[in-house]
Design a protein around this ligand. Structure first.
Ligand SMILES: Cc1cc2nc3c(=O)[nH]c(=O)nc-3n(C[C@H](O)[C@H](O)[C@H](O)COP(=O)(O)OP(=O)(O)OC[C@H]3O[C@@H](n4cnc5c(N)ncnc54)[C@H](O)[C@@H]3O)c2cc1C
Ligand code: SF4
Length: 508
């Protein structure tokens, strides 16, 4: 009996369930760098570099530990094609892997194993708190699938920020009111830098290869300093809890010109590649809370993102695929404007969010949800185009987390299956949460005509168009109440202006 063990580029953990009973000298490990992975969406160079460099570092650790490893660099084939070639050698009786995060890859591996008649041991990924079965169990009998109730259950189940009776620490489950403030008028002040990692020789080689092989791909490599090993990821976690967690909560939604990272953790890529386990991230945060006497609001705000949102969207992805990738509740069909790939737009907020995305492969949650995502929804862009963009341009982008956030949350493409309302906002929100509008040629409070903010115009246009839907829900009724304060003539002018914008989005 000889086992073939497949390790994917986002399964880089020596404690992986797949490695548990492997016999280093008998069984064989396979790792594949597939060009197809970089090209099936037009990936940012930093995203490609991160995956390849982290994989090569991990392969080095496996070799040092004495594993028999086949590592295929820059294959033009897909992972499944390489796997198929390998299995066809006839050397193996078993194929072992951890369940892929991506739904389609899981289906393809299962299909291949059955076609080639090899025993498949697909093991549960131990990098999540909630299993698919547990999530399904929670979903059963629920009328509404909402993060808040799932998150409370996770807190109780795992004894995180609850007392011995299961009551929430500090007497409340949610501290959103204390969090989510804009930066002071004078600006964010001095924010301690996140931990950044100078490229070592392996990363330098990958950087050069990516510049050569993927020269026409979007994004810059000038600032590539992401963690590519577990040791670096642990250092990044330590740096975050020591220097940046204290102020994370209060400013988690704030935005400011040329301030790409704010107080955010920048841990998503390490978590998604499995260089870090969410349990050790939450443990470190809980420890820092006690040691540094941090505000409960900031600690709860951070834990909500990992124990709540991250687990919730993963559960929804596996529950709703493949339908989630096809959802288009509003039937939107506009193509993605070209400037999403260049940042060359006159809208300052979009310029900033897209500009830093191309520069670093990073934007924080509110920039993704309420700037680029909000615009894409209001501009009636085809969800598939938008999802492909998000999957391409962020270093942390992997479909199981990108798709539910984009299609489900930002675009309301699943029609409120797991969100209570479309996340739409006018320029007034962006003005409140950032300083972007101050240097913009548009004015956030003008709804139509010269200098009208496109986001404000499209926001009111959206409300006019979907008035009946918004009036039907108590969560959104207030938004349409504001609409009744706008005269019929002005509403018509809003729609005429919007028609002009929607007909020529590339000109914005
Ligand atoms: C349209 C859209 C697309 C997104 N695509 C991705 C993606 O491809 N990959 C990805 O990891 N996150 C994605 N997110 C979620 C979130 O924006 C990023 O996780 C976060 O910005 C990463 O930065 P950070 O590590 O500094 O996060 P922090 O703000 O410091 O948050 C801490 C951690 O919480 C987790 N987290 C926070 N919000 C979410 C969320 N909504 N869903 C899942 N996990 C969350 C992340 O692991 C993150 O590292 C997306 C959000 C939106 C609105
Ligand atoms: S005025 Fe409108 S387009 Fe300009 S930065 Fe503000 S919200 Fe963005």
């Amino acid at each position: 009996m000889k086992k073939l063990l497949l390790i994917l580029g986002d399964q880089l953990d020596l404690d992986s369930a797949a490695l548990k009973d492997i016999r280093p000298k008998v069984d064989e490990v396979l790792m594949v760098e597939s060009a197809h992975e970089a090209q099936h969406v037009w990936s940012h160079k930093a995203r490609i570099t991160l995956f390849l460099s982290a994989m090569r570092h991990f392969a080095g650790h496996l070799k040092d530990l004495g594993f028999t490893l086949t590592y295929i660099q820059h294959s033009p084939k897909t992972i499944v094609e390489e796997l198929s070639n390998h299995i066809s050698s006839g050397k193996f009786t078993h194929l072992v892997c951890v369940e892929p995060g991506e739904w389609r890859l899981k289906q393809s591996i299962e299909a291949l194993a059955s076609e080639l008649n090899i025993v498949l041991e697909m093991r549960q990924d131990n990098h999540f708190y909630c299993t698919h079965q547990e999530f399904k169990g929670w979903v059963a009998n629920k009328k509404e699938l909402r993060l808040e109730y799932f998150y409370r259950l996770m807190r109780k189940t795992h004894g995180i920020l609850v007392d011995s009776d299961g009551n929430p620490e500090g007497g409340q489950w949610n501290f959103d009111r204390d969090n989510r403030k804009p930066f002071p008028k004078k600006g964010p002040g001095l924010i301690p830098s996140p931990e950044l990692f100078e490229p070592d020789d392996i990363t330098k080689t990958v950087l050069a290869e990516v510049e050569e092989r993927y020269a026409d791909h979007p994004g810059s490599l000038a600032h590539f300093q992401w963690p590519v090993t577990r040791a670096q990821a642990l250092q990044a976690l330590q740096g975050f809890v020591e220097h940046r967690l204290s102020t994370f909560g209060i400013y988690e939604d704030a935005m400011w010109t040329d301030t790409p990272f704010g107080w955010h953790s920048l841990l998503s890529s390490s978590l998604n590649l499995k260089l870090l386990n969410p349990r050790e991230v939450i443990d470190a945060v809980l420890l820092a809370w006690k040691k540094q006497d941090l505000e409960l609001a900031t600690v709860e705000g951070f834990i909500r993102q990992i124990l709540g949102w991250r687990e919730f969207v993963r559960g929804m992805y596996y529950l709703d695929m493949p339908q989630m990738a096809l959802d288009n509740f509003y039937g939107h069909q506009n193509p993605l404007p070209d400037w999403y790939w260049t940042g060359k737009t006159n809208m300052k907020c979009m310029q900033q969010a897209i500009g830093q995305t191309l520069e670093y492969g990073y934007a924080h949650h509110i920039q993704r949800l309420m700037v680029t995502g909000n615009f894409a929804l209001l501009a009636e862009i085809l969800p598939k185009d938008v999802c492909d963009w998000y999957l391409a341009v962020y270093v942390d982008a992997i479909e199981w987390v990108e798709l539910p956030n984009t299609a489900g949350m930002a675009l309301f493409a699943s029609g409120g299956r797991f969100t209570s309302k479309p996340y739409i906002a006018s320029g007034a929100y962006i003005k409140r949460m950032s300083n972007y509008c101050g240097s913009c040629q548009y004015k956030p409070d003008i709804r139509f005509g010269e200098n009208a903010c496109p986001i404000t115009n499209l926001y009111w246009n959206f409300l006019i168009q979907h008035r009946t839907q918004f009036e039907a829900s108590p969560r959104t009724r207030l938004m349409t109440a504001n609409l009744s304060r706008i005269s019929d003539t002005d509403q018509q002018a809003i729609q005429v202006h919007a028609k002009g914008l929607l007909g020529n989005l590339n000109a914005l």
